[in-house]
Design a protein around this ligand. Structure first.
Ligand code: SF4
Length: 465
């Protein structure tokens, strides 16, 4: 689609961002997961850990090259989806509800508690504990302190996470009070992630965000007082109404807050968003800046953060080395760890099988009221697909440890993927040095668009989600 948009000086810019999914978070694409494979997920959950063979462990290959990679890949995570938000952001594609009252929330929390109880009965989870926990959404901080405490009390009848290496809790700044932050910390949260997105109020309002900048400053100050081990700030480059000047001011403001880490996304317009619907209805392109513009803004942000001592650790993240305790959730998932997702539409990966919960309120809550796990679609994956999955996810870190893949999968990836890697080399986007493949900065900033080169041919040009 070829629309020129005007920047703040009235100059023409490059084509706007088209509707479609861009961000790669898993493999094979979600669109090929199906209901017929749900029994595979249930079998995986019923197979005791000792009976699994080498699946998802790599033990058949004689251990890992990297002890850190081995530890990460053998972890077990819990993801809890809280699907409520005060307002629906125009760019949001998650399963969220903005019309539920406190009775509805209680029904949902009952369902989550039942789901936790049902998982506690599965053979594959006996004797295991969570290495990492992630409260995502939606808006986990939409819950009141009381609702949160009640949920955790009920889950704690079956599961404890006192030894978890990381507990992340996502927050929308406008939902926070100091007392709620204390309740969030009391459940063991080590990493608080604030969905700031931007500091310009006009951009926040245009994007449909429920909060404005005063709430960001207040909640950040409270979070510091409460004393979380790590505070992360999420930003998005290229929201509707964003300009170079506004983006630079946002970067500047983020640096003044000095969070322990930052996650910077490039705005995309997936199909099931308000922005995509508006573009379709009006027959006009999306008002989101071009990919080239967004890349240059993120590059600017990373450069400014680096000047202030932050270290770039992936296509979206920077961290302060002196404060950083790692991002265990991401690194474990990207090294093949098992993770059980609870909540409507939640995703899991367990013992070589992907699966997803029912994505409607009625089917999710309804299954649990019948004492059934609400798994709706699944896909068992082969060793080769697991290799591709880890490769593309770890490529988002900007570097691949070739020895890790030899040790875990028995493959030299420069040979298996010689065509894809050759094309990246030819375009100057990567280099192989010793036992490491590294992406250039340009390659890292557009890594999601490069990853389909590693996909099997039948998955390259299909809908991703
Ligand atoms: S706060 Fe997050 S989950 Fe909620 S509507 Fe906005 S983008 Fe979606």
């Amino acid at each position: 689609m070829d629309l020129d948009i005007l920047n703040e000086k009235g100059l023409r810019q490059q084509p706007a961002t088209e509707v479609g999914s861009y961000f790669v978070s898993n493999y094979p694409p979600y669109s090929v997961w199906s209901a017929e494979h749900v029994p595979s997920a249930l079998r995986a959950l019923d197979t005791p850990v000792g009976d699994r063979g080498h699946t998802a462990r790599g033990s058949a290959f004689g251990g890992f090259h990297s002890a850190r990679g081995s530890e990460l890949g053998s972890g077990l995570g819990l993801y809890i989806h809280i699907p409520f938000c005060r307002k629906r952001c125009k760019f949001c594609y998650f399963r969220v509800y903005t019309d539920k009252n406190s009775d509805d929330v209680d029904v949902y929390l009952d369902a989550l508690a039942k789901e936790a109880a049902l998982y506690a009965e599965r053979a594959a989870l006996q004797g295991r504990s969570w290495d990492f926990v992630y409260f995502g959404g939606g808006t986990p901080s939409f819950l009141s302190s009381d609702q949160l405490r009640r949920l955790i009390d009920r889950i704690s009848e079956h599961w404890l996470w006192e030894n978890a290496k990381e507990v992340t809790f996502e927050c929308e700044p406008g939902t926070l009070k100091k007392g709620k932050l204390e309740a969030i910390k009391a459940i063991g949260t080590t990493r608080l992630s604030l969905g700031v997105e931007h500091f310009d109020d006009e951009v926040l309002v245009t994007g449909g965000r429920a909060h404005k900048s005063p709430e960001i400053f207040q909640s950040y100050a409270w979070a510091r007082e409460v004393g979380f081990e790590q505070i992360n700030i999420d930003l998005i480059a290229g929201m509707v109404g964003d300009t170079e000047a506004k983006w630079r001011a946002t970067v500047d403001q983020a640096l003044r807050l000095a969070p322990d880490c930052l996650t910077v996304y490039q705005m995309e317009v997936p199909y099931n968003t308000v922005l995509a619907r508006e573009a379709k209805e009006t027959g006009t392109p999306t008002p989101v800046p071009s990919w080239a513009t967004k890349r240059s803004w993120v590059d600017y942000a990373f450069s400014e953060f680096e000047k202030c001592g932050y270290v770039l650790s992936s296509t979206t993240t920077v961290y302060k080395p002196e404060n950083h305790k790692g991002f265990y959730y991401r690194d474990a998932l990207w090294h093949g760890a098992d993770m059980v997702g609870m909540g409507v539409a939640s995703f899991s990966h367990f013992s070589g099988v992907h699966f997803q919960n029912a994505d409607s309120w009625e089917s999710y809550v309804g299954a649990l009221q019948q004492d059934e796990l609400p798994i709706a679609r699944a896909l068992p994956i082969t060793d080769h697909r697991r290799l591709i999955r880890e490769l593309i996810l770890q490529l988002k870190l900007g570097r691949l440890d070739l020895g890790y893949f030899r040790a875990k999968f028995g493959k030299q990836i420069t040979e298996v993927f010689s065509e894809a890697i050759g094309s990246l080399l030819a375009e100057g986007l990567t280099e192989v040095r010793g036992d490491e493949l590294r992406l250039s900065r340009e390659g890292l900033l557009r890594v999601d668009s490069l990853l389909p080169r590693f996909f099997e041919p039948q998955f390259r040009n299909i809908r991703y989600t």
